[in-house]
Design a protein around this ligand. Sequence first.
Ligand code: TRP
Length: 366
Amino acid sequence: MSENIILTGDRPTGNLHIGHYVGSLKQRVLLQNKGDYDKMYIMIADTQALTDNAGNPQKIRNNVLEVMLDYLSVGLEPEKVTFFVQSEIKALPEIMAYYMNLVTLSRLLRNPTIKSEIKFRGFDNENKGIPVGFANYPISQASDITAFKANLIPVGEDQLPMIEQTREIVRSFNSTYKNEVLVEPKAYIPENKICSRLPGTDGNAKMSKSLNNCIYLCDDKETVKAKIRNMYTDPNHIKVTDPGNVEGNVVFTYLDAFSTMEHFEKYLPEYKNLDELKEHYKRGGLGDVKIKNFLNMIMEELLQPIRERRKYYEKRLPEVFKILQKGTIEANKVAESTLAEIKEVIGINYFDDEKFLKEQEEKYNN
Ligand code: TRP
C-alpha cells in the first residue's frame, strides 16, 4: 500500500493573509483534522524566498517565526504536522542538482507561473534580468516535494504549473534511471475557484504585500474594519438607489469566498442567501455600508479565534522555535534517506555500494 503524504509550504516574505487562508491554510486544517494521512509536512520556504530577495535576507529572517505563528494560529497542530525550514534541509539542493539535468531552459521559462512572476517583479525590464536561481525555482520545488515522497500538495491555483513540472521531472527521472523511487504528486486545490485566487482589497487580481492590498490573519479588529470600509466595490454605485455591479466588486467576491448560509441566518436573515443579496444590489436599493458590515462580521467570526491562538503562541516564542527546530531535524532525516535512494538508482553511491569496487576491479582481472 502506498502512503499518503501531504506536503506544502510558504515563502516567509511577510505575514500570511486571508488569501493564503482560503487558498490553502483552510484545506490544510481540514486535512489535518480528517487525519487520513500518514505524514503531513509544512515547509517554510526561505531558500525559495531568497530567489527574488537575495539582497534582503533580513526580511526573510524576520518572517520565519511570523509564518510559524500564523500556522499555529489557524489551528495547525505540532502533534499532527511536521514543520521545517527549507534552508536547513541539506539534501534538497543536492537532489535539485540531479533534476537540473533533466529539464531544459526553455521548459523552465515556459512555466506560466514563472512567466507571470517575471513580469510582476520587473525582471523582464529595467535591465534587471532574470536571476538563474529564480528561473530554477520550479526544479527546487520539485526537490522539496519529492524528497518527502509527497503525493498530495494543498496549494492555491497559481501553484498548479509547479506541480505539473514536478510530475514531469518525476516521470523523467524514473524513466531515465529505470526505477520507481520518486512519487508523482497531485495538487489539492479548493473547489471554490474564487478561493484559489482571492483578489486584493483594491480589486487587483493578486493579493500581495507589495501592492498593499492584503487583509492579514494577524490584523486587529480596527484594521480589518478600515480595510473593508475602503474596499473596492462598484465605482458607479454612488447612491443607495443606484443599480450596482457585483462582478469585480471585491465585497461580493469575498462574500463568494467566505459567506455561508449560517452567516445569512445569523447576521442578515432578511436574505435567504448570497444570490438574493446580489439580486437586490443589482436592482438598486442596497448600500455598500450594509454589505461591508456583513462582510466585516463574517471576517471577525473567522479572525477572532485566529488572533486569540496567536496571542497564546506569541507569549511562548521559545516553544514555537523548538517546534520548528524539532520538525527540521526530523525532515532532514527523511530527505537524506530519499537522497541516498536517488544516488543509488543513478549509481553514484560509490562508498555505500559493495559492487562498485569489484565491478571496477574486474576491468583489470583478466
Ligand atoms: N511556491 C510556493 C509559494 O510561493 C512555496 C513552496 C515552496 C511550496 N516549496 C513548496 C509549496 C513545495 C508546495 C510544495 O507559495
